[in-house]
Design a binder for this molecule. Sequence first.
Ligand SMILES: [Zn+2]
Length: 331
Amino acid sequence: MKKIFLLLFSVVVLSTSVSAQSKVDLIDTTNYYSFHLNYWLNMHHFLWTEAFLNVKADSSIVTVEFPSIDRSKFDSTLNYYKEVLVGKDLRYNDYMSGFKDWITDPNTSFEAIPAEFAEQMDILINFDPVYQKYFWLDHRAEVMAVFNENIDLIRKTENEFVDRITLLTRHYWQFDPPRVRVDLSYFGKSTTRTFGNNPYTTPFPTHVVMNVAGENEVPGNWLELLYHESAHGLILGNSYFVAGTIKDLGEAENLKLPRNLEHVYLFYFTGYIAKELLEKQGVKYPQMYMEREVYTQYYPLLEKYLKSYIKRKSTLSKATRNFLKELNKGQ
Ligand SMILES: [Zn+2]
């Protein structure tokens, strides 16, 4: 009799904590963004990252000395991630992006877990007390520290950012929902290329996951990456202005196109605008992200040719022709 009572009692406590955590995640909204901190998404990213580093780099981010009962829960949870999920990319795998959408949906109820996620949710609910006890407070504090460092800058610069990026891409900002959802997560997405934590975005509607672990030493970098990620939806398709212009020119003039050139352009546009906006706010920002980290080989030619488009002194088509001609000459 006593045993049954205890069992019932623990079920009630667990479901209360679960439902409370699943609902409260909106932190703040601005004109163009809604910022969320989802407990379960953070737990999921933490486990995936630890599994990924264990398997692909023979390393670990966990330094906690657990008592054995918590250690065994941690080990069994991690084994599931290593065996079932670690090969699935957080952004490009359908199951993983489906899980992210479901777990962050405000209408999600743990009383009706879809069959495809039932196994993973069993594992996560079992791991819930361990995550809360050893990891969550630190993760939440780190996330909030980075968010608090950036929120004023976002409010002061977002209107001009959106005005300028929608002009350059000739594409409207997302209006349904009117704000881009941004989930804040301690860990982001890692790949075997960098083993770093990176933000990532899924489309229709745009949904950004911004990490805080990883490189955050350069003040302004986080804001630039937020702006870049949230503008992915403006350049996506060949029917959109930026990608369409590039493709049109490549076809008509038989010019060889670098892969995903529209994405390279987006790094340049968002970096250029972010740098100007940050400097207007008194933040010294010596280099945009693409000068330091990504597609750096294209940066000098973009400075030479694409800047004139940003300054509205050239058409996109003319700037792109000049860029591609010089690029093709050098190859
Ligand atoms: Zn991107």
